[in-house]
Design a protein around this ligand. Sequence first.
Ligand code: SAH
Ligand code: SF4
Length: 352
Amino acid sequence: MNPLLLDKPPEQWKLGNVPAYRLEQLRQWIFGQGCFDWDKMSNLPKGLRDELEQNWELLPMELQRSQGSSDTTQKFLWRLRDGQFIESVLIPATEGSKGIRASRLTLCVSTQVGCAIGCKFCASGLDGLKRNLSTGEIVGQVLLARNQAKRRIDNLVFMGMGEPLANLPALLPALDQILSPKGLGIGARHLTLSTSGLAPKILELAKYPAQIRLAISLHGGDNDTRDKIMPINQKFPLEELLRACEQFIEERKKMITLEYILIEGVNDDLKQAELLASHARRLNAKINLIPYNKVDGLSWKRPTLDQIQAFYRKVESGNPPRVTLRMEKGHDIDAACGQLRLKEINSLTSQC
Ligand code: SAH
Ligand code: SF4
């Protein structure tokens, strides 16, 4: 199998003995036009195209199936070159209705095939980690989804399958290409990384120069509660995670978001709401409450509407900087992509 061209930044695409503007033309075909067909690159000499084709693979993945429609949520199932599958989901900021197109598009991107973290409520981790995605496979999701959408993608959330911070060596170069005006040209504040709480990696991310947004999957106000559903808490207990967040905020001077999925009888008691509000005050963080999406084969449930609202009010009365609760209005596609969390994503990007 030839190496994937998108795994390397354009500066490292070796085109041989050709004028420098050829690189710029190739870059424009791929990032500007989203072209994945050597034959269509009409302004490149045939000899160069043949040589490139012999040495490089252009297409990181193929569309296996898509679900949904262009004016609502669209889910793409991609087949990678080794036969593995991943998903990305395209979400309009406000769902289109009566033929009016939503103005902003968010893409939910996967970073791994499966996930090693094994949160007990999550569909993505059920079979463990298959492998990390490569840089080109991360960037490729955006380019190919943009081709499907036939328009610019405004926001990216790394909330698909996998733990983004467990794949920083591939993810950071992908971010470079996504952010670069010569790449996809999406602004850093339109990118959100979500993590289950890999404290040392949060500190590593704090050193990355661009001002990307960070969301923490908290899901419990104390160690006992997090331990029940997130094995990662045994490795990086709550206080260590909160301290890493403090350091991130201190270095980046940027607000973060605490995500909190509500699971009946697990983390939805009002004591947890108090603790959550106090952590948010300490970090000056926004809170995003997300009623749990049922996963086939798992017994966790979403709390009743009354309990969700009581929890929300209790959090609010604790005076956190900001709290949002998004109630879902039914799915038009099944939520299997590591349970695509539409309201959570919408609420994160509505601040962009
Ligand atoms: N691994 C990262 C990012 C991917 S998961 C992380 O855990 O943060 C993105 C978000 O979806 C996380 O907050 C995760 O806890 C949440 N999530 C996973 N399964 C869910 C479900 N069934 N219902 C609602 N949210 C879910
Ligand atoms: Fe992995 Fe995130 Fe799912 Fe946990 S919630 S298993 S970290 S994808």
